[in-house]
Design a protein. Sequence first.
Length: 135
Amino acid sequence: ERAIQVERDHTVEIQMVSRAWDRVKGKQPNTRSNINCIRESVNHLDNLNCTPGAVNMKKKHAVMKFLRDYDSGDGKGLRQNLLDCGMGPNTTRLICTTYEEAAHEISDKVTKEGTKVYDDFADEIKLMIGYIRLD
């Protein structure tokens, strides 16, 4: 019998966080303290879960397509990309819902730092939430 490989996974994927940061960092200095606050928020337990490896791989492909679509302002959104990558509807809804919750947590944590760079980053993460297209 084959064991299922379970991986520690970020709910809001690092690639999404990196893209949000890249979109706002030109507006603000790229300081170590800015990056550390975001890193701590992203690596917090609120944004981590255990995911079967096969699900995580499908999610990775869907997220990369989502980011290409997000940059172009076109595409189907994360929900449809997950379905297109072979994710089941229940798992897709769970991923999108937990993403939305975790993204709000990250946004709230960095906004509490009270500087424009954190506000801009939080706004960008929230824009990504709107591009999930749950329905």
